[in-house]
Design a protein around this ligand. Structure first.
Ligand code: FEO
Length: 163
């Protein structure tokens, strides 16, 4: 069954949105790295990699449904953050935006009775719970430990362990 025009557009935009998230997190990684926070940078680089995988997952699904992905323009991401905590807060805000996009795709698929897309996008619905919870967990740690040099050193070390 061919994708409807609306479903094509939503999925096609989501490919851009996921690459957009990768772009934003890579920009955060570069900012962290330039300030000597190699652990935070490591975490963001891996996050950017995950987002690329998300985009490619949708790309693959569209291909399976016989649709040709059309890559869209991306806007330039922010390149500097006033504090480490603010970057993670922006990451959480971005994930909340992605959750709304994913939910909208699910709702539209449901409306159209496109069961295949509903089943496919369910993975993303679950993934978003994890994505938001990961970012929230880091923000809670920042808020608990504070942002003095010692706390930042500890957190940077911890996030550097992400593989
Ligand atoms: Fe692919 Fe972090 O949403």
């Amino acid at each position: 069954m061919k994708l409807s025009k609306e479903m094509f557009e939503l999925l096609n935009e989501q490919v851009r949105n996921e690459f957009g998230a990768a772009y934003l997190y890579l920009s955060m990684a570069a900012d962290f790295e330039s300030k000597g926070f190699n652990g935070f940078s490591n975490w963001m680089k891996l996050q950017a990699q995950e987002e690329t995988e998300h985009a490619m997952k949708i790309y693959g699904y569209m291909n399976e449904r016989g649709a040709k992905v059309k890559l869209l323009a991306m806007s330039e991401p922010q390149s500097s953050w006033s504090s480490c905590l603010n970057a993670f807060k922006d990451a959480l805000g971005h994930e909340q935006k992605v959750t709304a996009q994913i939910n909208h795709i699910f709702e539209s698929a449901q409306k159209e009775k496109d069961y295949a897309t509903m089943s496919f996008i369910k993975w993303f619905v679950d993934e978003q719970v994890e994505e938001e919870s990961n970012a929230e967990g880091i923000i809670e740690k920042f808020e608990f430990l504070g942002e003095d040099k010692k706390a930042l050193y500890m957190l940077d070390k911890e996030l550097g362990q992400r593989q």
